[in-house]
Design a protein around this ligand. Structure first.
Ligand code: GAP
Length: 441
């Protein structure tokens, strides 16, 4: 049996639509650029990853969670530097009016859209924040922004959380939530979107201890991606140098994944120094200092190590990594399979009666009801058994339980393993134990 990995994002996008993972937003109206809707299987996969992140981050003594609002006082974004500095350089093609990121194309070459030569405008800075109005009067004083990162809701709550939860340095605050960026060139399916979700954690430390914390979190975050089943050889580190560093960071490493378009950022670990809390202290006029009881009540603004991963990008990497095309001489046996680690697979088990008739469906339904108590399970009775297996392969279901005529005689079923495609005969009343053993995580 030979197999190949995902070759093009278009193949994955087509599977995602066909099988209910992802749809273009407002598709019946021609869609809207850079926005996607998660279907029933996509949201299950995404939630599995989100829950794993939340557990890894907050089921520990030194990190707590919050959920802050998307709309914030606009001064937050002045203080954070986003109003003045959160921009990409853009150029327009004077011929076709398409807009491009100046740092992503070679402007000495013809326009990649219409082929016109020497038609690009000079690069201009384009702020990526979406603006909207708050309240009934539309003037500049009512301008608010859709947050471009979740982090600022953590910074502005630093002292609230520290004092209410009696936290001592070093400690972290984690949150998951939507962020919005008016990206000039969204694309590569859900890789770069205009509305997306981030999972961010700010770890507050005593100045002077940030390097140690940074290295610890680097290791932790890499291990987390590996624990989701991503292949090690598909991950690597990329250090930000010089101009690559964001305005708030003095050190940054990305965890990159090898997507079909090449190596690209999945998560960033940033050393944000005391930049954000210092700026909020300056702009709000409210002290953001921590009183260090362990060091003679010394007062200082903590340093921050941030871990920031895009939930959609992480979901995309998991799907890209799981995608395989398998073939051998026999065309019948060709298949596309998503080899998800069972921990993240949206459906853990499918129950498939061979036939509707002769009481097979009823037996299968009873088993399905039992299994549903513990697992996200699917019941499917439509079409040939071969087609039903192919569907479960394509959505990455690790186990299929088939109820056939032997079941009627001896109350046994077959359990098919997605990856090995082997089938084991198991007593019906032992199926739950079998799955409990295989799916323990
Ligand atoms: N708070 C720091 C911050 O926002 P970032 O590197 O700009 O840092 C962090 O973003 C992560 O958010 C990225 O590594 C990526 O996974 C995700 N992300 C950023 N922009 C995105 C976009 N337009 N679409 C999808 N995910 C995005």
């Amino acid at each position: 049996m030979s197999e190949s990995n995902l070759k093009s994002m278009a193949d994955l996008a087509s599977l995602c639509k066909r099988r209910g993972f992802l749809f273009q937003s407002s598709e019946i109206y021609g869609g809207v650029g850079g926005c996607y809707d998660y279907g029933p299987l996509g949201i299950e996969l995404k939630k599995n990853l989100q829950n794993r992140w939340w557990k890894a981050m907050t089921y520990r003594q030194d990190v707590v969670g919050i959920d802050s609002s998307i709309l914030m006082n606009p001064t937050v974004w002045k203080a954070s530097g986003h109003v003045d500095g959160f921009s990409d350089p853009m150029v327009d093609c004077k011929e076709c009016k398409n807009r491009f990121r100046a740092d992503k194309i070679d402007t000495s070459k013809p326009c990649p859209n219409c082929g016109a030569k020497d038609q690009f405008t000079e690069p201009r800075d384009f702020n990526l924040m979406f603006k909207t109005q708050m309240g009934p009067v539309e003037d500049s004083s009512s301008t608010v922004y859709l947050r471009p990162e979740t982090a600022q809701g953590i910074f502005t709550n630093f002292l609230n959380v520290q004092s209410s939860m009696r936290m001592k340095l070093p400690f972290g605050i984690a949150q998951v939530g939507k962020a919005f960026r008016n990206e000039i060139t969204p694309g590569n399916f859900i890789f770069r979107m205009r509305e997306f979700e981030q999972m961010e954690m700010q770890y507050f430390v005593k100045p002077g201890t940030q390097v140690e914390a940074f290295e610890k979190w680097q290791e932790d975050r890499l291990q987390w991606h590996l624990s989701n089943g991503v292949r090690k050889e598909k991950l690597r580190w990329h250090e930000h140098k010089g101009n690559e560093l964001a305005h708030y960071a003095d050190r940054a490493f990305d965890i990159e994944y090898e997507f079909p378009q090449g190596w690209d950022e999945m998560e960033g670990i940033h050393s944000r120094t005391d930049f954000d809390l210092g700026r909020h202290e300056e702009f709000s006029g409210k002290s953001q200092k921590y009183v260090d009881q362990a060091d003679g009540n010394k007062k200082y603004v903590p340093y921050v190590v941030e871990t920031s991963v895009g939930l959609d990008r992480c979901t995309l990497a998991i799907m890209c990594d799981a995608y395989r095309k398998e073939f051998e001489g026999d065309k019948e046996k060709e298949r596309v399979v998503l080899k998800f680690d069972p921990k993240v697979a949206p459906i853990k088990v499918a129950v498939l009666p061979l036939m509707k008739k002769d009481g097979l469906e009823e037996k299968a339904r009873n088993l399905f009801k039992d299994l549903q108590q513990d697992y996200m399970a699917e019941f499917d009775v439509a079409g040939s058994i071969g087609k039903r297996y192919r569907r479960q392969d394509e959505i990455g279901t690790p186990y299929c339980v088939t109820i056939d005529y032997e079941t009627k005689d001896d109350n046994t079923v077959t359990i098919r393993d997605r990856d090995a495609m082997t089938q084991e005969r198991v007593a019906m009343d032992k199926v739950a134990d079998y799955l409990k053993d295989k799916l323990k995580f």
